[in-house]
Design a protein around this ligand. Structure first.
Ligand SMILES: [Zn+2]
Length: 368
């Protein structure tokens, strides 16, 4: 369970979640072994029955079942009964919510792809991952091992390139004092060694593990390295996405595309259906708070869920069209994305854990 939580938190760190949110492991023993995981949007009675009948020992959901203050655990209260059934069945429960919305390839990215966007960026920034420069001095011949260790720990990744470093030769000096066991040289004699200054960048959050991996791969007893803060812009994370379609489409065509992609018989549209749209913003879940950011960044349309009457009026006043695909439909696609991510990570580390996408989840809204 600890490994699965770590994979999810590497993708969507817990501190990314909004302050009102409640994410992470909600029920269960973090040290317990897991064989089968069910990934679902919501813990409903049918989803719980599915987990029980499939013999799952962990359920990963998007919406946290323990959210409002939990004041009693009674069998005559449905949400509480579900928690009791989880505990009795030895099934753990994990929630990844507003942190998952910001993660690459998850709710918002999946919705952006459904809208036909291939390139997009964050609509409303929530944070920025700064980089630090890591410089290490390595004796010649050991630079590749150190570079590999750094790359494996998340350093030196720029865009789609890994192992990005710069190296320059120079001379290192040291004098081994009493009690040392030097890799090169002798106690009490000044040594001059041909070394390489190897430099790279690493996200702040990965700096500690990169330093640890580098020291493990370095031949010296005392490794000389520096970490410099950088003023370069970091990697932005946040709410919603915005991008331009390759071809402008009418609002009605965009709505049709979303119906197909999200497999829903209907969506609600605000604005003239014949209006052409090119710049598309998306906000998975209840995204009405993204109406203003979308309009101010020049979006023609915002694709989201749970839009209320006055919010629709606001959008019209701002000249922003809306497609309300429904809260469920705007997020359901990410179940497959999260399950695929977990399968890949578990397989890469050789964990024989099965990850199942829930089939029992349903949009509570029906069209009649
Ligand atoms: Zn949601």
């Amino acid at each position: 369970m600890r490994n699965i939580a770590a994979y999810i938190e590497e993708l969507a760190p817990l501190y990314w979640a909004e302050s009102w949110d409640n994410v992470g492991l909600q029920v269960g023993d973090p040290g317990a072994a897991v064989q089968r995981v069910l990934v679902a949007l919501e813990l409903t009675d049918p989803v719980l029955e599915e987990a029980e009948s499939l013999g799952c020992d962990m359920v990963v959901v998007h919406h946290p079942p323990i959210f409002r203050p939990l004041k009693a655990l009674r069998f005559d209260n449905r949400p509480a009964r579900r928690l009791l059934r989880l505990i009795r069945g030895g099934i753990a429960l994990y929630a990844a919510h507003t942190n998952l919305d910001q993660a690459a390839g998850m709710t918002n990215d999946t919705l952006a792809a459904a809208a036909g966007l291939t390139e997009f960026e964050v609509l409303k920034q929530a944070g920025e991952e700064r980089y630090v420069k890591l410089v290490v001095f390595v004796p010649r011949g050991h630079e590749d091992a150190v570079r590999d260790a750094l790359a494996g720990a998340g350093a030196g990744h720029i865009g789609n390139y890994s192992h990005c470093t710069f190296q320059a030769p120079g001379t290192g000096t040291f004098l081994p004092l009493e009690g040392t066991n030097p890799f090169i040289g002798q106690q009490g004699r000044l040594e001059r060694v041909e070394e390489l200054r190897l430099e790279t960048i690493v996200p702040e959050s990965a700096a500690a593990q990169a330093v640890q991996a580098m020291i493990a791969a370095h031949p010296y007893e005392e490794v000389a390295y520096d970490l410099y803060p950088l003023a370069n812009p970091g990697k932005v994370r946040g709410h919603g996405r915005i991008g331009r379609l390759a071809q402008p489409v009418s609002l009605a065509q965009l709505a049709e595309r979303l119906k197909q992609a999200l497999r829903t018989p209907a969506v609600r549209v605000v604005g003239d259906p014949e209006r052409m749209v090119t710049t598309v913003a998306v906000g998975a879940g209840a995204g009405a708070d993204l109406i203003r950011p979308a309009a101010s960044r020049g979006a023609d349309v915002l694709v989201t869920g749970d839009v209320k009457y006055h919010e629709a009026q606001d959008a019209l006043d701002l000249g922003l069209a809306l497609v309300d695909v429904g809260h469920y439909n705007s997020e359901a696609g990410a179940i497959g994305s999260l399950a695929a991510y977990l399968r890949e990570r578990l397989a890469a580390d050789g964990h024989p854990v099965e990850v199942v996408e829930s089939q029992a989840g349903r949009d509570p809204f029906r069209f009649v």
